[in-house]
Design a protein around this ligand. Structure first.
Ligand code: SAM
Length: 199
C-alpha cells in the first residue's frame, strides 16, 4: 500500500530513517539534482543544537553537481551546507574522497540518468559493481547500502541483475539483503537494500 502511494525514492527514505543517526557520515553515490542529498543531510542533523554529520555526495556529471549545489544554496544556511561535500567523480572512486577513518552508515544509489538532463549519461553495470564493492568496504556494521534501480530504459534490467547478483553473493552471516518490487507495475523502479549486520 505504502509503495503504491509513494514514489520509490520516498519509500527508500523511510528505510533510511530507520538506520541513519544524528552525526553519521553517509554517502550519496548519485547526487543528481540533490533531492536525496538534502534528505540525507536532514537525517544526520540534530535541529535542536545544529550538531550533525556529513554527506559525501558525488556525480559523474558536472551539471548534476551544480544542480545539487544550487538546491543546497536555496535550502540551507552556509554552516549546514558545509557539512555536504560535493565531488565530480565516478562513484567507483568513492574511497578516494571518503575520509579513511570515518564510519559510513549508508551508501545510497539512485541509478539511471539525471531527470531533465542528458539521458545518455547513465549509470552502467561495470562501475555500479565496482562502487558496490567499494561500498561494502567503507560501510560500518549496522549500515545500509540502498539502491533505487530503474528498469524501463535499455540496460536497466541488466544493471538490476548485476545488483541482485552482488547482493545474493554477500555472506548471510554478515548481511541481510532484500528487494522490493511492484508485481503489478512491471516497469516500476526496484528497491534493493543490503543491511550489514552488527558484529
Ligand atoms: N539522487 C538524485 C536526485 O535526488 O536528484 C537523482 C540521481 S539520477 C537518477 C542518476 C545520477 O547518476 C545522474 O545524475 C548521473 O549523472 C549519475 N551517474 C551516472 N553514472 C555515474 C557514475 N559512474 N558515478 C556517479 N554518478 C553517476
Amino acid at each position: 500500500y505504502l509503495f503504491g502511494r509513494k514514489k520509490a525514492t520516498e519509500v527508500a527514505h523511510l528505510v533510511w530513517e530507520q538506520i541513519i543517526q544524528k552525526g553519521d557520515v553517509v554517502v550519496d553515490a548519485t547526487c543528481g539534482n540533490g533531492n536525496d542529498t538534502l534528505a540525507m543531510l536532514k537525517m544526520v542533523t540534530d535541529d535542536s543544537n545544529g550538531y550533525g554529520g556529513h554527506v559525501y555526495a558525488m556525480d559523474i556529471q558536472k551539471d548534476a553537481i551544480e544542480s545539487t549545489s544550487s538546491l543546497l544554496d536555496q535550502t540551507l544556511g552556509s554552516k549546514e551546507k558545509e557539512r555536504v561535500k560535493l565531488f565530480n567523480i565516478c562513484h567507483s572512486k568513492m574511497e578516494e574522497i571518503v575520509p579513511e577513518k570515518s564510519s559510513v552508515r549508508m551508501v545510497a544509489f539512485n541509478l539511471g540518468y539525471l531527470p531533465g538532463g542528458n539521458k545518455s549519461i547513465i549509470t552502467v553495470s561495470d562501475t555500479t559493481l565496482s562502487a558496490l564493492k567499494a561500498s561494502e568496504r567503507v560501510l560500518v556494521p549496522g549500515g545500509l547500502i540502498s539502491l533505487v534501480v530503474y528498469i524501463g530504459h535499455p540496460g536497466g534490467r541488466e544493471e538490476l541483475e548485476v545488483v541482485e547478483a552482488f547482493g545474493s553473493g554477500l555472506p548471510v552471516s554478515d548481511w541481510v539483503c532484500c528487494k522490493l518490487q511492484m508485481l503489478n507495475r512491471p516497469l516500476a523502479p526496484v528497491l534493493v537494500f543490503m543491511f550489514k549486520r552488527e558484529k
